[in-house]
Write a protein that binds this ligand. Structure first.
Ligand code: GDP
Length: 302
């Protein structure tokens, strides 16, 4: 994960730590290299600027350079800022990254995102996680009438993870499926209802209107946007487009297992203000992790 960035930062850090004394220009030189590394990782420019400014200010403005181990202290400052960038800074409430089950059951979790982002797979992964890790009775329903066999796909995944799916009624429209899913989840005393909505190839008005209508009838406690981390800044742009339209409560970054760059993960929180709640780490249905900024920063810094 994020191997390229990790290697680049590792080189800069080795040099910083290898020196007994550091001057302000040494720090500025290191920051120039980190800046390039972050941009190559596809981190959004305003995020890079903020990061470099914060690290520079903390490194040269205090007693860091006069300390016994200046290099190590600068590395620690970079580490802290990376954690903040990933949404784990002192001002971030860790509870924001957890699913909210406070509503009266069935708690509705609405999954939104573009086609191919990994939405259906993530829905099944979450169904399994809710059942096995949280002890919840989960139910899943596919509202995707656009993509052929999408509903069937969720049914098959549901069987694999042993989580009930709403029976398919051919020709029924998304809002009506959502209503039927709510009724069925209540009847079956499900704790949580996962709604897998339709995607599109691009964000468009029809998609947003559909998402709003579904949210209107299902009053979700969580609206999770699923984005493919491999798409870097595009993922962040998609998140921005959704943010004003539907009340997103968090982001799921899929394909983190193959992401050598990290731009989506590193830009998402700052650009959208939304927490990354989960990371998809493979095709298997248990390949999902609660997103932990400290752990991810730790992996980047090696
Ligand atoms: P949807 O169109 O958004 O519902 O996307 P799907 O759930 O059908 O996923 C598209 C493809 O991405 C499938 O082949 C999934 O197995 C794959 N996929 C989903 N999440 C991950 C992930 O976290 N890692 C990897 N490697 N593949 C994933």
């Amino acid at each position: 994960m994020f191997d390229n960035l990790s290697d680049r930062l590792g080189n800069v850090f080795d040099r910083l730590k290898g020196r007994g004394a550091l001057s302000e220009s040494d720090v500025r030189e290191a920051m120039r290299e980190i800046r390039v590394a972050l941009l190559e990782a596809d981190v959004a420019l305003p995020v890079v600027r903020r990061f470099i400014d914060a690290v520079t200010e903390k490194s040269v403005g205090q007693d860091v350079l006069r300390s016994v181990t200046p290099g190590q202290q600068v590395v620690k400052i970079v580490d802290d800022e990376l954690v903040a960038m990933l949404g784990g800074g002192g001002d971030a409430d860790p509870a924001d990254r957890e699913l909210n089950f406070a509503a009266k059951p069935p708690v509705v979790i609405m999954m939104v995102g573009l086609q191919g982002s990994g939405k259906t797979t993530t829905t099944a992964k979450l169904g399994k996680l809710l059942k096995e890790k949280h002890g919840k009775k989960a139910m899943m329903a596919s509202l995707d009438v656009n993509r052929p066999a999408a509903q069937e796909q969720l049914k098959v995944l549901g069987e694999q993870v042993d989580v009930a799916t709403l029976p398919i009624i051919e020709g029924q429209q998304p809002v009506d499926i959502a209503r039927r899913a709510m009724d069925s989840a209540k009847l079956q005393a499900a704790d949580v209802l996962l709604l897998d909505t339709a995607g599109r190839l691009h964000v468009d008005e029809a998609l947003m209107a559909e998402m709003k209508a579904i949210a209107g009838v299902s009053t979700p406690t969580e609206v999770l946007l699923v984005v493919d981390s491999l798409t870097g800044q595009d993922a962040v742009n998609v998140a921005q487009s959704f943010t004003g339209e539907v009340p997103l409560t968090g982001v799921v970054l899929t394909r983190m297992d193959g992401d050598a760059r990290g731009g989506a993960a590193l830009s998402m929180r700052y650009v959208t203000g939304k927490p990354i709640k989960f990371a998809g780490t493979g095709e298997k249905l248990d390949a999902i992790e609660a997103f932990d900024p400290k752990r991810v920063a730790g992996r980047i810094l090696g």
